[in-house]
Design a protein around this ligand. Structure first.
Ligand SMILES: NC(=O)c1ccc[n+]([C@@H]2O[C@H](COP(=O)([O-])OP(=O)(O)OC[C@H]3O[C@@H](n4cnc5c(N)ncnc54)[C@H](O)[C@@H]3O)[C@@H](O)[C@H]2O)c1
Length: 387
């Protein structure tokens, strides 16, 4: 095989704005099918394609999976069933490149893992921030021991995404609360119904890569619902998880979609160890920071780390999210064509989802401390193990 025939399922802004253009630009992919239950979105996505006449369209996901001209699924849905849909595709013999979060239920994490192990099909999570330049730099610093023993790692995803909290089922248009009067049939989207803390993949994935670690325990808290910032939204404004890793580091990670926040300034990270600390910038006018205990630094110093990698190939430039969107597509393509699982494998992918799912479960149980399963094959692994 030298070309992957791919079907794109879920035709919202992420598919139309990034995935379809990229799948047409990166050699090795051919879009052969499109799928979304909302018909006008099929027409909109088809209009983007260079060879629309050779592409089949489906409103039912199981019909897409039955298409023999589809080798792989680009899963760009936003639904509670995200993990379930990935598992079903693997079980149907398709390779899967899935958008984040990988799953919204621990059972779905297990199904994905077991389907990959049983079928040998390729599973790639499209978590791209782990490829950022500063993530690579921080990983090297931690691995070198310069930061000493890592005691605390923080991350937050604060994306004021009110405009995507309702959807008109007839047109597929995404709407904010102000548009509800003009769209009486509009329904809350999963972006609104989802516990915000489920959206930790862009915090857990890069920071677990920096730490070379995985989460073993989690406890979490939430503000009340509905949102205080936008009372028409059923979602709480803020959820925070405290976690402990296998190596003994504490993580504090938070997520919010309803609370106002400066546009584009969605991520913030910090890693502290017994030998120093690194911190991401607070805003556009700020710089990342570094402090090393043994370097006679009286205070934090600015460091010009960027999202963009200095070693990015030209094809990655402008691909989205600080050039990072390119990397998961290439990793998926190379894994499928070589017939081997990607370096960011299904176990690491579940490490970015399961702690977040269990953080929401902890909140539902009055902030109970929960144990995160290790999905890797190991003696005594309990398949289906949960809290
Ligand atoms: N990696 C990133 O940086 C990044 C950025 C944005 C969005 N995302 C992720 O991308 C995904 C899509 O985001 P979006 O903003 O385009 O979402 P969206 O809600 O606007 O669109 C998702 C589409 O999926 C469709 N869908 C739902 N269930 C389906 C099914 N069973 N079969 C086929 N289609 C189905 C919906 O009808 C909708 O049109 C989400 O999972 C989101 O978390 C990731």
């Amino acid at each position: 095989m030298d070309e992957i025939r791919i079907g794109v399922a879920g035709l919202g802004p992420r598919a139309v704005g990034t995935w379809i253009p990229m799948l047409q630009r990166i050699p090795g992919f051919r879009v052969t099918a499109l799928c979304d239950p909302i018909a006008p979105l099929l027409d909109r996505a088809r209009a983007q394609l260079s060879f629309p006449s050779s592409v089949r369209t489906y409103q039912a996901y199981d019909e897409l999976l039955g298409d023999p001209r589809v080798d792989a699924i680009a899963l760009t849905v936003r639904t509670a069933r995200q993990g379930d849909l990935a598992a079903i595709a693997l079980e149907a013999g398709k390779h899967v490149h899935a958008e984040v979060p990988a799953a919204h239920a621990i059972e779905d994490c297990w199904r994905i893992v077991l389907a990959v192990e049983r079928t040998g099909r390729i599973y790639q999570l499209a978590e791209q921030t782990r490829y950022w330049g500063f993530v690579e730099a921080w990983r090297s610093l931690v691995a070198s021991g310069r930061l000493g023993r890592i005691t605390l790692c923080e991350g937050q995803y604060f994306h004021h995404y009110v405009a995507g909290m309702f959807q008109d089922p007839h047109t597929g248009d995404l709407l904010g609360p102000a548009a509800l009067a003009a769209h009486p049939d509009a329904r809350p989207t999963w972006a609104q119904l989802m516990p915000p803390i489920h959206y930790l993949p862009h915090e857990l994935s890069p920071m677990l890569r920096v730490l070379d670690d995985r989460v073993t325990q989690v406890v979490a808290m939430s503000t009340d619902a509905p949102s205080a910032a936008h009372p028409a939204l059923a979602q709480p404004d803020m959820q925070v998880a405290l976690m402990r890793t296998r190596k003994g580091t504490l993580l504090r990670m938070a997520a919010s979609f309803a609370q106002p926040h400066p546009d584009g300034n969605w991520h913030w990270y910090q890693v502290l160890g017994t030998g120093g600390r690194v911190e991401w910038s607070r805003g556009a006018g700020d710089r990342p920071k570094l402090w090393l205990a043994d370097e006679q630094l009286a205070d934090l110093a600015d460091a010009d780390w960027r999202y963009e990698r200095t070693d990015a190939p030209s094809e990655a430039r402008g691909s989205g999210h600080g050039d990072a969107d390119y990397y998961t597509h290439v990793a998926f393509r190379d894994a499928v064509l070589a017939g081997r699982q990607p370096e960011f494998d299904v176990y690491q992918a579940m490490d970015t989802a399961a702690p977040a799912v269990l953080a929401a479960e902890s909140i539902a149980r009055g902030s109970e401390l929960l144990t995160v399963p290790d999905f890797r094959p190991h003696p005594g692994r309990q398949e289906g193990e949960g809290p």
